[in-house]
Design a protein around this ligand. Structure first.
Ligand code: BG6
Length: 282
């Protein structure tokens, strides 16, 4: 058990032998090991020197998801997926270090100058024997409302992307297919499999729990709350166009990304948004 900080990273260790590694850069979880098995994908070509977002683990997306929008106009100058994933976070405190779980709260630095709103952003990572919980807290500390999108960009490691299935997307769920120019479609209710490039934003899921089956009887459940949408992304061969993607990496992960991204969420002065996810191994 315990929490160790080694310069750029913080490692949480649980009695069971499970461990989690978090880079302060972006408060990016880069590793979760259970029974010696790594549960996250991290590209071997990812930069880990704070020069670019980390390609793997759980990058935090805030305050915009995807390419900068034209409205509100002041958000047009932001970078793809916002700035939380490239901010230098710090450890606020160790919340718990007990057999039930090891929990650390990270806080983001003050907003960058290009973002004119005042907020507090905290990320709580809690490790238990077969479970990892991550909670994103966003508090409006300003005098005016502001709008944001937020998402946890999980790169979940899989033995073979062509064999996995994602179960639990409710029949009738609306989704935007980014591979078809954001065409709005209705999910038929069957399990999702990867046979081609997949980039879909599922909107307002009724059941906020998805089951990732690796195809070998193992996998994990992704449960979320506060976050109402979920993006599922695997680029297949298009991954070759990404400089920091290792060769064939797209066959070794699927991104299942709970978030609030179908529209902007408005936060009133003093109001707090809490987006939570729990990953449980089965
Ligand atoms: C996903 C998006 O969430 O992130 C994809 O739906 C995008 O469209 C992917 O390509 C990776 O984004 P980035 O900025 O990390 O390369």
């Amino acid at each position: 058990m315990g929490v160790e900080q080694n310069g750029k990273t913080v490692v949480l260790k649980h009695d069971s032998g499970a461990s989690v590694e978090v880079y302060l850069f972006g408060a990016t979880v880069t590793s979760w090991k259970v029974d010696g098995e790594e549960k996250f994908f991290l590209s071997s070509k990812s930069s880990l020197d704070s020069s670019k977002p980390i390609r793997g683990g759980i990058p935090i997306v805030f305050p915009i998801f995807g390419a900068p929008p034209s409205s509100p106009p002041e958000y047009a100058a932001l970078k793809q997926h916002g700035f939380a994933r490239t901010a230098d976070w710090s450890v606020d405190k160790v919340i718990m270090d007990r057999p039930e779980g090891v929990s650390v709260r990270f806080v983001a630095p003050p907003p960058p100058s290009e973002f004119k709103h005042s907020y507090k952003l905290a990320f709580v990572v809690t490790l238990a024997a077969h479970q990892l919980s991550t909670d994103l807290h966003i508090i409006n500390e300003g005098k005016e409302e502001f709008q944001f999108q937020a998402l946890l960009h999980n790169y979940l490691a899989v033995p073979d992307a062509k064999k996995l299935s994602v179960e639990g997307i409710d029949k009738g769920t609306r989704y935007k297919d980014k591979t078809q120019n954001f065409k709005e479609l209705i999910w038929p209710g069957e399990p999702l499999t990867i046979t081609q490039e997949t980039d879909a934003v599922f909107q307002k899921l009724e059941t906020q729990e998805l089951k990732l089956d690796y195809g070998n009887g193992k996998g994990l459940n992704v449960r979320f709350r506060g976050f109402e949408d979920c993006t599922i992304w695997n680029p297949q061969e298009k991954g070759k166009t990404m400089a920091d993607m290792e060769d064939g990496g797209w066959e070794r992960y699927i991104c299942i990304e709970p978030g609030f991204v179908r529209e902007f969420k408005y936060l009133q002065p003093g109001e707090e948004f809490l987006g939570q996810q729990v990953l449980t191994i089965f």
